[in-house]
Design a protein around this ligand. Structure first.
Ligand SMILES: Cc1ncc(COP(=O)(O)O)c(C=O)c1O
Length: 329
């Protein structure tokens, strides 16, 4: 194509919209499942979009200067994206990881030169976890405090409250899907973590098609990170519509968010859907992507959805989950 790429920022977005034709046939589906293959982004996940957009916004606003340190709390993929862009743009990165991250994610972060810490290392977090006062608001304040206490410039990029996170999906991911699907998008299926993806897409698609259905996918209670020693968890996502889960622990973007349905998926069903997709269509998916496919399949089997286009956001691929039960069997 006669185009030499000089910066990984040029490789973000324009990911393929893929129809799983063999999987549809195997499952006798009467609806179309279109997967947005977000692992085509340069560090391998949907979070490259938010990571780059948040950095660009901070650069525009004069909040980041070369040599500064970016700080973030992340379940892994945002950190990996930030680490890649920080490396290529001359920033340092410190990430505070939530417990229960796969070994591959931690190894990747180190490869890009990031400094790894665990969330309980942030000021006051260990105590708050112990005495039950921990909340998303609390740890956002704790990370801001951590930045303020450092002797050099540290910038808390804060994907949980940063409008550049959902904004990038409204401005780019949504329009890409709309264009590739020729404007026929009936249902969006997305497994939220910060909910940047689902809230940005919901805003875009509700403007385009008032009848669109926005479906969130969450791990069922037994398949959540941090729940016992259960190895069949779905990494990278957070409880969404669960009434029993306190708002104070939910991602702020989803509190009060208007969605049509939330589907609970068991880890074992997400894993099985991912394995089936690998064998049917040769696409190798991660855990939340497997969950999105499983939920999309349930929707595709409903009579009322025959003939509809169901778009599933597939956040990453299976490479970071090789050591988990998804692909170890
Ligand atoms: C594997 C995976 N799936 C889904 C998500 C959710 O994306 P969002 O934060 O935009 O809701 C994440 C976020 O980190 C993720 O890592």
């Amino acid at each position: 194509m006669g185009k030499i790429v000089k910066n990984i920022a040029e490789l973000v977005g324009h990911t393929p919209l893929f129809e799983f034709v063999n999987y549809e046939k195997e499952n006798d589906l009467k609806a179309t499942i279109l997967g947005k293959l977000e692992y085509f982004n340069p560090s391998g996940s949907v979070k490259d979009r938010a990571a780059l957009n948040m950095i660009l916004a901070a650069e525009r606003d004069g909040l980041l200067k070369p040599g500064d340190t970016i700080v973030e709390n992340t379940s892994g993929n945002t950190g990996i994206g930030l680490a890649a862009f920080a490396a290529s743009r001359g920033y340092k990165l410190t990430v505070f990881l939530e417990p229960g991250q796969s070994v591959e994610r931690q190894t990747m972060l180190k490869a890009y030169g990031a400094t790894l810490k665990f969330l309980p290392e942030a000021p006051g977090v260990a105590e708050a976890l112990q005495n039950g006062t921990f909340s998303t608001e609390f740890y956002q304040e704790a990370l801001q405090k951590y930045c303020d206490e450092q002797p050099t410039r540290h910038y808390f990029i804060n994907q949980l409250a940063n409008p550049a996170n959902p904004g990038v999906h409204y401005e780019h991911t949504g329009p890409e899907i709309w264009e590739d699907a020729d404007g026929k998008v009936d249902i969006i299926v997305s497994a939220p973590g910060t909910a940047g993806t689902i809230t940005g897409l919901a805003k875009f698609f509700r403007e385009k098609n008032p009848d669109v259905k926005i479906v969130a996918v969450q791990a069922d209670k037994e398949s959540r990170a941090g729940v016992g020693e259960n190895p069949q968890t779905i990494d990278g996502i957070a409880p969404f519509g669960d009434e029993g889960f306190p708002d104070a622990l939910k991602a702020p973007f989803i509190v009060g968010f208007d969605y049509d349905e939330c589907i609970d998926v068991k880890g074992e069903d997400a894993y099985a859907a991912g394995r089936q997709i690998a064998r049917a269509d040769g696409v190798f998916l991660g855990q939340s992507a497997g969950a999105a496919i499983y939920a999309a399949t349930l929707l595709a089997k409903r009579q009322e959805n025959a003939g509809k286009n169901i778009v599933a956001i597939l956040a990453d691929n299976g490479m970071k989950y090789l050591s988990t039960n998804m692909y170890m069997e």
